[in-house]
Design a protein around this ligand. Structure first.
Ligand code: ADP
Ligand code: MG
Length: 687
């Protein structure tokens, strides 16, 4: 057996004791083969010195210069600051933790060599806690790139270098099985590709390696993407083996629901409703993703699907990511279904005691047809008498894990159909990867009569004039959202920021009715504030991002977003989508606090130039990378070891074809390949 030695436990190798072995096992690394397939996350470039005048944010900066000033500032937290100059510019090195000996070492006039990644601080590039060395010997230039491995606490880079060195030594005489060798014979061999990524030789093209664009990357990324497609296909096969409740009715209930609407469905809504109904009539569970830009009318499509299921005598659950949204969905479903004699119930984490017990009982004995709630609905033990369909709104908030655990929640013998809706359009590339195990429906048309939204980007210096403009518009009967950013570290701080804006606006516009909405409020308070705004009784709603998803008040036509530079593109698009829902012309004002970083500037420009969710999503992917676009760690996308998206987009189709072929013709190989790359995905991606 050629790969025997690769399968030995790591304790057989030098430097691996019991403790380290355990830590590695937690990361899914338990054999030498696992070590070989544990690739560098990135590389450091210490092959050349950079000039201070040419530093860019986030690059690897290896610099040498003369100390021009050094000192400790006393503030809330004392900081050691060193100014370094190399003839092309001056850069600040900043240390928050330092010893006295370090301070003494930083003598003006001495030569210092540093390595780190520059960061913008107050508009200037700084190196925070760089590695450094004081003394004027010529810097140690590396002849190759230095690999940086993904790791876990207590396992240093030196350990990974030691492990990979030992593993690479065995590689030549014990090459790992090359599952794709037959198909990819003309490409770089598997062992060579592995070696190259662990130890890029001096002769390799450094830029190609830094950009994940070397043939070795392509070779391994293809294998990894194939393994990923395999696991998706296996999931799908597993799903298809399950049975479910299917729709058998005539469609009369859905027809009555539609007849009662004050408008017609768009052609896209009709097409999508048909796709879903076809799925619901089968006796294997549907796993379908419904994509549609904000305001495209996904809720109604969900309601019509629910009508089909209820007509056939089964129950429907609708899961929303926030209380506020579940309240809104409840209002819509109640308005549509109650007149038709269908029972709709709202269940949230806040309904407790007897009321909850009664609800739970009604769900269990089938007295309720449609249950609407936040995901708390599924986290606690609620059992349905006959659950036929689960509707999940704003899928990307939940991630893939939730999707799977939900499926498992079904009553043992049947699995409910599942429709997940997302308003964040997912670039095709990503949906091929993240949702290859789902079917996809797209509502690619907005209801008629929607007005375009004009977006302006405004410096915060002009905030005062924005306040006056908004005041004037509101006096003419318009309604506005005024969004303050969520401060990630603290709900409380964001609530405070919103409160401050609220008081300012009240002071500046005393004749207007202004309300404040944030996550700290009780859910009935939130609901009544929303209801007042929806009824047109409030001019301005100051809010944190709690209003981001799903809020639907057609008369609101102004959206002001403060500190817009702190939001991601998807979030800005979501927020802006709260206006432009009625027939009035809408405006979105993005107020930013200078200085803008390069990516923030790009984001705001994209927002000003486009209102198309798909275009915005593609740009978002290009600017941020896939892990963040899907808001994920959970999706497993951020955990690819070699594959990078969108860079390796071109390999996806081949990976998909290879996976299908392998599953059909060589199931054992398919299985081995899947295992090699997908062991413990969750443990990955931690640095
Ligand atoms: P989203 O896709 O963002 O969830 P919603 O389902 O909230 O969109 O729909 C946005 C608004 O458009 C709602 O007020 C809804 O009633 C309305 N709507 C949905 N479908 C149509 C249609 N075909 N014609 C007119 N208005 C519609
Ligand atoms: Mg919605």
């Amino acid at each position: 057996m050629s790969d025997h030695i690769l399968q030995l436990p790591l304790t057989h190798f030098k430097g691996v004791g019991k403790k380290l072995n355990e830590k590695l096992a937690q990361m899914g690394v338990s054999t030498l083969e696992d070590v070989l397939f544990h690739f560098p996350l990135r590389y450091q470039d210490r092959t050349k010195l950079s000039q201070v005048g040419e530093l860019r944010e986030g690059m690897d900066a290896y610099i040498q210069g003369t100390i021009r000033a050094a000192g400790v500032t006393r503030g809330r937290r004392s900081t050691l600051i060193v100014k370094l100059e190399d003839g092309t510019g001056l850069v600040t090195l900043r240390f928050f933790h330092f010893r006295r000996a370090q301070v003494l070492q930083m003598r003006v006039g001495s030569t210092l060599t540093a390595f780190g990644q520059p960061k913008f601080v107050g508009g200037q590039l700084e190196l925070i806690h760089p590695e450094y060395h004081v003394g004027d010997q010529t810097p140690d230039l590396a002849s190759t790139l230095t690999p940086v491995y993904p790791t876990t606490e207590g396992v240093g880079q030196a350990t990974w270098r030691n492990l990979t060195t030992q593993a690479l030594r065995e590689l030549a005489s014990n090459p790992p099985a090359d599952y794709l060798g037959d198909v990819l014979s003309e490409q770089l061999g598997l062992s060579d590709a592995i070696t190259l990524l662990h130890r890029p030789p001096a002769s390799a093209n450094i830029q190609q390696i830094l950009d994940s664009d070397h043939p070795a990357h392509h070779r391994l990324a293809l294998e990894e993407l194939t393994a990923h497609q395999l696991s998706m296909l296996t999931n799908r096969q597993r799903n298809e083996a399950k049975s479910t409740h299917s729709v058998t009715g005539s469609g009369d209930l859905a027809a009555r629901l539609k007849a009662a609407l004050p408008f017609q469905l768009t052609a896209a809504q009709q097409r999508v409703c048909k796709e879903i109904r076809d799925d619901l009539q089968r006796n294997t569970p549907m796993l379908r993703l419904l994509q549609g830009d904000v305001g495209s009318g996904k809720t109604l499509v969900a309601a019509i699907s629910a009508a089909h299921m209820v007509e056939s005598g089964h129950q429907v659950a609708l899961m929303a990511p926030t209380e506020l949204l579940s309240e809104q969905h409840y209002a819509a479903f109640d308005r549509w279904f109650t007149p038709l004699g269908i029972t709709v119930l709202r269940l949230t984490g806040q309904i407790k005691g007897k009321a909850r017990a009664a609800s739970v009982e009604a769900i269990a004995n089938g007295a309720v047809d449609i249950v609407i709630g936040t995901h708390a609905l599924f986290q606690e033990s609620v059992s349905f008498s006959s659950l036929g369909l689960v509707l999940v709104d704003e899928q990307h908030r939940f991630g893939v894990n939730q999707r799977l655990s939900l499926t498992q929640r079904g009553i043992e013998t049947t699995t409910p159909h599942q429709l997940t809706m997302t308003a964040t359009p997912i670039p095709r590339t990503l949906s091929m990867v993240a949702y290859a195990d789902l079917d996809c429906s797209v509502i690619d048309e907005l209801p008629p009569g929607r007005q375009a939204i004009t977006t302006s980007v405004i410096d915060s210096e002009r905030r005062q004039s924005v306040i006056q403009r908004v005041g004037t518009a509101c006096r003419e009967g318009k309604q506005a959202y005024w969004v303050c950013p969520l401060i990630e570290e603290s709900e409380l701080l964001s609530a405070n920021a919103a409160e401050e804006t609220y008081s300012t606006l009240q002071a500046e516009l005393p004749d207007l009715r202004i309300a404040l909405l944030h996550g700290k409020l009780a859910s009935d308070e939130k609901a009544s504030i929303m209801a007042e705004f929806a009824a047109g009784n409030t001019h301005i709603l100051v809010a944190t991002t709690v209003i981001e998803v799903g809020v639907d008040v057609p008369n609101a036509s102004l959206m002001i977003i403060e500190n817009a530079e702190r939001f991601g593109l998807a979030q800005l698009h979501q927020l802006r989508g709260r206006v432009g829902r009625g027939s009035i012309e809408s405006h979105c004002l993005l107020i930013f606090q200078p200085p803008l970083s390069q990516t923030a500037r790009e984001r705001l420009t994209v927002m000003r130039e486009s209102q198309d969710g798909f275009v915005i999503a593609e740009k978002d992917l290009a600017i941020r990378g896939p892990g963040e676009v899907l808001g994920t760690r959970q999706t497993g996308l951020s955990s690819f070891r070699v594959a990078r998206l969108p860079e390796h987009e071109g390999l996806l189709q081949q990976a998909q074809a290879l996976a299908k072929e392998l599953i059909r013709s060589e199931p054992t190989v398919a299985n081995a390949l899947e295992n090699r790359w997908t062991r413990d995905r969750q443990a990955f991606g931690q640095v």
